[in-house]
Write a protein of this length. Structure first.
Length: 204
């Protein structure tokens, strides 16, 4: 078993975050400010456990017919705020949220979406540095798409084209790369922390 599997395998497969989620690492913003920039209604922000956050997201997802989970939580880890979107993928989806969130800050975002596409993105001060799908890491975009090429190669993220073997665990490798950039290696202990959390759908 590789180091990536040991450290980050809990984020793949049938893990506690499920098969659709987004996790973003934000340096330069406190948890509340990161949530507001994400689009969370500030009046809904409160402290809650991950279980409460996950239940709220599931209820919102059901009421929207699976379109929008609408909830996010944030917690401080070292120099970074970690944003968790159960059932959501706003930051890494390239919808302008990443640009807004990274203004005057740095953001590393990973989204898992088992029946669509996964994404990895790194942005600084509103500028996209690199973005790719973990299953096709050689198809990178951004202003400096090769910035992390050495770490990507070390983590088994193929770089040369379709002849490269697919990553054994693309989501695990994406989170390992996030750990290289941020110094934050996510463990299941994250889910034992108390989050600030709120919703973008305050009427639900």
């Amino acid at each position: 078993m590789s180091d990536v599997d040991v450290k980050f395998g809990w984020l793949s497969g049938a893990g506690p975050l499920g098969s659709v989620f987004g996790v973003s690492f934000v340096r330069g913003l406190a948890p509340r400010e990161a949530l507001v920039r994400l689009g969370v209604d500030e009046s809904t922000i409160d402290e809650m456990t991950f279980e409460e956050l996950d239940e709220n997201a599931e209820e919102c997802l059901e009421s929207s017919d699976g379109i929008d989970a609408g909830w996010a939580g944030a917690v401080r880890m070292g120099d970074w705020t970690v944003l968790v979107e159960p059932g959501g993928w706003r930051v890494a989806a390239g919808t302008g949220v990443l640009e807004r969130l990274s203004q005057g800050a740095e953001v590393v975002a990973v989204s898992r979406h088992d029946y669509a596409s996964d994404d990895f993105a790194h942005a600084i001060d509103g500028r996209l540095i690199t973005q790719f799908e973990p299953l096709a890491p050689h198809l990178r975009s951004g202003d400096d798409p090769d910035r992390w090429i050495g770490a990507m190669r070390d983590l088994g993220l193929g770089l040369n084209g379709f002849d490269d073997p697919l990553p054994e665990d693309p989501i695990g490798a994406a989170f390992a790369l996030a750990g290289v950039i941020t110094g934050v290696d996510l463990s299941p202990a994250l889910l034992e922390m108390t989050f600030l959390a709120g919703t973008t759908n305050p009427d639900d």
